[in-house]
Design a protein around this ligand. Sequence first.
Ligand SMILES: [Zn+2]
Length: 330
Amino acid sequence: MRNSPITSTVPYDKDGVHHGFLRLPHSRNDSAWGSLMIPISVIRNGTGPTALLTGANHGDEYEGPVALQNLALHLTVSDISGRVIIVPAFNYPAFRAGSRNSPIDDGNMNRVFPGNPSGTVTEKIADYFMRTLVPMSNVVVDIHSGGKSLEFLPFAAAHVLADKDQQAACVAAMRAFNAPYSMLLLEIDNTGMYDTAVEDQGKVFVSSELGGGGTTTAKTVSIAKKGIRNVLIHAGILKAEPDVGTSVNLDTPDGDCFVFSNHDGLIEPTVDLGSFVDEGDVLSRVWPLDRTGINPIEYRARRQGMLAGRHFPGLVKAGDFMAVIAITDE
Ligand SMILES: [Zn+2]
């Protein structure tokens, strides 16, 4: 396989705080010999574990970029032992456009792994992570939120894995993150996901869903900041005391947790995030868009649990995700 076209302007193996770019040549109409300049910070102090921290894997999810801008500015060499690699905007073209996917190639970063050094811009970035950054890392944190189309209870997540020792290490890191909710996720379709690519390399991996709607709140940003610090402490990199509060365990054991729309329409929510529902309870009504005097379609919970995520915009289309009901041990 050819070498990655991406070069880093910062060293990975020199002590110090280094701010720079991943430079990806991108010839285009307005810049024939131009490059994409993806911001990166590397903070290193001696040998020790490496953490790889990313936000904006999807370009319209902002808790990660905000928390990581803060960390990159304030983290000092004397704070750590080991190395912290910070990329606040993983899908940088998408982040700049405020969109989930890249405006260059419509690439969804979390569906193109393992990437391709000869492929699209999004595939080239994925390939660089796959073959350069992830292999040099021990613990990997990828901060997601709902983006413009989804909203979630703020949770950190670990996956059900075939290797139970690795799963236990990921769950321990997720608990260390200490979001208000901790989710054990069974991915329904993990093809091309960064998560799976990282886990397949045997790494400790934590992701999150912290809010949504294409914006942030003071609360969700503080959850991201705290969680990242806690994982760095847990990994033995950051020398500090963890900030630990309560966290409710969530689980989505099967497909009955997920509700999808069969209709185009106007959503009337009947329960809010964090509410408990019984099997058969109405989650939302979908009203017709084009006439009055017609009953709405009722969407019901297919199992008992807590409403942990929902479709965010006021209008819904057939095939859209509507709701996820999670089991809790509360
Ligand atoms: Zn995402």
